[in-house]
Ligand binder design. Structure first.
Ligand code: OGA
Ligand code: NI
Length: 341
């Protein structure tokens, strides 16, 4: 595996293996913020306006597949501690980070540069990544890094809070879709993977990408985007930037929620661009079904007039298909479409 970007000394020019073909490059660095991506105040749901909050969440998930939440109840202190420990992680000496690196596909807790397909990919991504499962905490926490010394404690508290937040949001979504209470409180949310992206300043941001266009394979993603811009969402064929809001989380619908909602909610394609001034660190919690969990359109949402548009599958089969193909959203979802006729 090549050296982490964060362990190399200077990035004065962009080497050719980071330059994307013209049709995939970000090009324009001044993409406007999508002011119509909803910012939802979650405290309103508790203060008597639950129905209104639910409507806003469902509308945003139908139109954009993305929204942001503020006043979500996770304390600033817990967030700041996690943010600072994520930064510390990538600022550790190269030897310390090297201990966490692996290109073994079966290793669940690992650091790498670009993507897990480094050896075979045509163009590399301008990012380093560290990922590991975090739910249930007791099963995974002892496998997390010993350095930074505060990592296990800070990330442990943060991930427990984020899991609770995901449950609250999913309960609003299930109510909005007309599903029974607790619909997602089982194997559909049995796995949580934390992936931390570290994007150093890039010498040619218009030619490189932090993450290429994709939809998330899981159920729902809770993303701490940091104060530096970089996340863009594809809406009606145009890229729009997601504005960083201090202490907000960006929430996006994954493929599984699109399937369960029988196509009502959309897993929008998105990407991460880089910039030439600031390091950006984002942390995404991928809330996902367990491997053996069977995913299919919810029965309550289908009848003879609204037949299921997806077939039932095991999550692990979806996942292996997704990573083998790494195709655009339309192609991935077509493979899981219900048979016609
Ligand atoms: C992801 C992702 C966006 C970001 O990790 O799947 O889309 O802003 N990240 O880092
Ligand atoms: Ni993503």
């Amino acid at each position: 595996m090549d050296k982490l970007l964060s362990s190399r000394f200077n990035h004065e020019s962009l080497s050719g293996d980071y330059i994307f073909p013209p049709e995939l490059r970000p090009g324009d660095l001044k993409i406007p913020f999508g002011s119509n991506i909803s910012v939802i105040d979650l405290s309103e749901a508790e203060n008597g306006d639950r129905t209104n909050t639910i409507q806003k969440i469902i509308k945003a998930s139908e139109e954009f597949g993305f929204f942001q939440v503020i006043n979500h109840g996770i304390s600033e202190n817990v967030m700041n501690e996690a943010r600072s420990v994520f930064k510390e992680l990538f600022e550790m000496p190269a030897e310390e980070k090297q201990k966490l690196c692996s290109d073994d596909p079966s290793k669940t807790c690992k650091m790498f540069t670009s993507s897990v397909n480094y050896a075979t990919e045509k163009v590399h991504l301008w990012r380093d990544n560290f990922r590991h499962p975090c739910h249930p905490l007791e099963q995974w926490q002892h496998l997390w890094p010993e350095n930074p010394t505060r990592y296990r404690e800070c990330v442990g508290s943060f991930s427990v809070e984020v899991k609770k937040l995901a449950s609250r949001i999913l309960s609003l979504i299930s109510e909005g879709l007309g599903l029974e209470c607790g619909y997602f409180e089982n194997d559909l949310t049995g796995s949580v993977l934390l992936t931390i992206n570290h994007y150093p300043p890039c010498p040619e941001p218009s030619l490189a990408l932090g993450i290429t266009k994709h939809s998330d394979p899981n159920l729902i993603t809770i993303l701490l985007q940091d104060h530096v811009c970089g996340l863009q969402v594809l809406k009606d064929g145009n890229w729009i930037a997601v504005q960083p809001i201090p202490n907000a989380f960006v929430i996006n619908v994954g493929y599984q929620l699109q399937v369960i909602s029988n196509g009502k909610l959309i897993s929008a394609e998105h990407r991460a661009v880089t910039n030439s001034h600031d390091t950006r660190t984002s942390a995404a919690f991928f809330v996902a079904p367990t491997d053996e969990c069977v995913v299919e359109p919810a029965e309550a949402l289908t009848d003879e007039h609204h037949p299921p548009i997806f077939k039932a599958f095991k999550y692990k089969d979806f996942n292996s298909h997704y990573f083998a193909k790494y195709a655009d959203t339309e192609t991935v979802l077509k493979s899981f479409a219900a048979q016609k006729g």
